[in-house]
Design a protein around this ligand. Structure first.
Ligand code: NDP
Length: 279
């Protein structure tokens, strides 16, 4: 029997990247999944990838929604419960970063970018978790948040607001874990290092810029000791482990780093990434 048989999972940000790989994996391992994002075409691509694995169409619910809005979040939870009748696994994966239109970084970056990044990377996680809580308590379910190695403890002057949002998310993971374990719900997180996804494009970087940075990191052992940028499935495997109570039941409120060894050396910080991205 597949390990997630009978479980229902909601994976935010599953129209691309890490969320897509996670939704496909959980579905392949037996879960019914709600997939979501704002981009309906990319969401359909995720759905087709799931169906290609031979999974029944009624095991997948695709919901186009803007997670930055309460209406979008209500639609997501309500339609999941309406279709599948329960919720066992919430993966708070949707997230992004914003580069300043005038190239400013750190404390000079416009504060509107701070508001935007906190709204999607942090506030939406708080409110979606609030809305999902009663269903997860009923199911004695699991929450997996997608953080980042950018959360620290190293400084992130080029991506300060993004890093701050992920540091806040780590505290949210720890605190809600203690809150919710009293109701039988486990909360954990994964902290990826660099992973090839759509995030470069979503941030507003020019085409190919993220890939350029990835190949720079791969060829510098002080950036990624393993010499390889992550693939979405590398992170999806950790998320599935944390969502699997049989395998990870005694892990509560932790964030597991999956980064090819980057945080052991953190040489990325020694290079001026903005000049690599824009040269
Ligand atoms: P992608 O850009 O490939 O995917 C991001 C997903 O989030 C998309 O499905 C996007 O959907 C969704 N999303 C963004 N904003 C919204 C919104 N307002 N409403 C609904 N959905 C939204 O990036 P990744 O897969 O890389 O990112 C996934 C997570 O991984 C993020 O939290 C990111 O911070 C984290 N991460 C990524 C790393 C990397 O190197 N790639 C490293 C460390 C952490 P749509 O565009 O359809 O709305």
């Amino acid at each position: 029997m597949a390990r997630f048989n009978g479980k229902v999972a909601l994976v935010t940000g599953s129209s691309n990247g890490i969320g897509r790989a996670t939704a496909v994996l959980l579905a392949q391992e037996g879960a019914k999944v709600t997939i979501t994002g704002r981009n309906s075409e990319r969401l359909e691509e995720t759905k087709q990838e799931i169906l290609k694995s031979g999974i029944a169409a009624d095991h997948v619910l695709a919901v186009v929604a803007d997670l930055a809005t309460e209406e979008g979040q209500d639609k997501l939870i309500n339609s999941t419960i309406q279709k599948f009748g329960r919720l066992d696994i919430l993966v708070n994966n949707a997230g992004t970063a914003f580069i300043d239109s005038q190239g400013r970084v750190g404390i000079d970056q416009d504060v509107s970018d701070y508001d935007k990044v906190m709204r999607i990377n942090m506030r939406s996680v708080v409110t979606l978790t609030q809305k999902a809580k009663e269903h997860l308590v009923k199911a004695k379910g699991e929450i997996v948040n997608v953080s980042s190695v950018a959360a620290g403890p190293q400084a992130q002057p080029d991506m300060m607001y993004y890093a701050m949002s992920k540091a806040a998310l780590d505290q949210f993971t720890r605190s809600t874990a203690v809150n919710l374990i009293q109701h039988g719900v486990r909360v954990n997180a994964v902290s990826p290092g660099g992973v090839t996804t759509g995030i470069g494009e979503a941030m507003g970087l020019p085409a190919g810029a993220f890939e350029k940075m990835a190949s720079f990191w791969e060829s510098h052992k002080e950036c990624i000791p393993s010499g390889k940028i992550g693939e979405p499935v590398d992170i999806a495997n950790v998320i599935a482990f944390l969502a699997d109570r049989k395998l990870s039941s005694y892990i509560i409120g932790q964030s597991i780093v999956a980064d090819g060894g980057s945080t052991l050396v953190m040489g990325m910080q020694a290079h001026d990434m903005m000049s690599i991205l824009t040269s």
